[in-house]
Design a protein around this ligand. Structure first.
Ligand code: DAH
Length: 339
């Protein structure tokens, strides 16, 4: 009996030691310690052991069983831990890996800049409207004090549809359309597309303008200056300086061209501002009384200021874009920078 116990002990012990999976240990448990396992059978066999040997054999069997069971439990714990570790390793998430980003659409840089400009003026109480891109010569030129054959037309080489219809060359036509419909006080901005026969690195046959118009009692050049200074400081930088230069537009008197201190060199002079420290951003002036009267507004009671700027030009200045054509090239590498 002792020899059998010894043999079973060795067999069980070896099996436990060589197991690598908890599942194998469970099988061992059933095989040796289960209801009809080896040890239960040995216990049953005790009754056939001679009486005088019984205590010793019984003790040996008990000790052996206890030891092996303890060994089995220990091995189970050890393997459970190992298996848990292995599972954790397999399921490990490397949170330092950069994720896969979905490509989301964004607004075109020109839409972004246009919205930014419009937002500044709506913040000052201006309302926004737009009108037709196919415009009459009358609204685009004549009502703005630019008669047929006036030399000022040279500045805006136009696409004619017929003698009276053109693709609008300037959003200033919206001044006329607004004043014909509405009496002062007027405070509007008109973003929209305009068209001219012109094409190079800084001109495009189609571009966008934003027109502004204020008509009220006692509107002066100071109001224009205040509004445009605030606009420039908000759009570029709070330290931006604004300079007015005398100019000429038939629909304003006096007329000015407005420069800002170069946003790139802060006014010291660089390539972008051609060493002058200043960059022109728009045209403006006090609305010519002739235009007010053309639109049925009493120029003795009311005065106004107006301004007009090119969105592409402002975008190019704001972001240092050297060639206008890239704005229309749909190159994703360029566009993705401005989302
Ligand atoms: N319409 C002018 C242009 O396209 C820009 C402009 C200048 C608009 C002066 C204005 C203004 O309203 O007052 O060049």
């Amino acid at each position: 009996m002792q020899t059998i116990i010894q043999k079973i002990k060795e067999e069980c012990s070896n099996l436990i030691e060589n197991s690598t999976l908890t599942k194998e240990l469970n099988d061992i448990r059933i095989k040796f310690f289960g209801k009809s396992g080896e040890f239960t059978n040995l216990m049953k066999g005790l009754k056939d052991v001679p009486k005088e040997d019984k205590p010793a054999v019984g003790k040996m069997l008990n000790d052996c069983k206890k030891n092996l069971e303890a060994k089995l439990e220990e091995k189970i714990k050890e393997l459970e831990l190992k298996e848990k570790d292995k599972k954790l390793k397999e399921e490990e998430l490397d949170i330092t890996l950069s994720g896969k980003r979905e490509d989301v659409g964004g607004l075109h840089v020109l839409s972004l800049v246009r919205n930014e400009i419009v937002d500044i003026f709506t913040g000052l109480g201006f309302t926004v409207s737009d009108g037709p891109e196919i415009e009459t010569d009358y609204f685009c030129f004549q009502m703005l004090n630019i008669p047929k054959d006036h030399p000022a037309r040279d500045m805006q080489d136009s696409f004619f549809i017929n003698d009276n219809l053109i693709l609008r060359t300037q959003t200033s036509s919206m001044q006329v359309r607004t004043m014909l419909k509405q009496q002062p006080p007027i405070r509007i901005v008109n973003p929209g597309k305009v068209y001219r026969v012109d094409s190079d690195a800084t001109h495009s046959p189609m571009f966008q303008q934003i027109e502004g118009l204020v008509v009220d009692k006692n509107v002066t050049l100071c109001d224009l200056k205040g509004a445009l200074e605030l606009f420039a400081k908000t759009l570029f930088d709070k330290n931006t300086e604004v300079r007015f230069r005398p100019s000429y537009f038939p629909f304003t008197e006096p007329s000015v061209e407005v420069d800002v201190s170069c946003p790139f060199c802060g006014g010291k002079g660089c390539n972008l501002c051609k060493g002058t420290g200043w960059i022109e951003i728009l045209g403006a002036g006090i609305v010519n009384p002739v235009v007010l009267e053309n639109c049925g507004i009493d120029s003795k009671e009311y005065s106004g200021f107006a301004f007009g700027m090119g969105v592409e030009r402002i975008a190019m200045i704001k972001y240092g874009i050297p060639d206008m054509r890239i704005l229309f090239s749909n190159d994703m590498r360029f566009l993705k920078q401005y989302k």
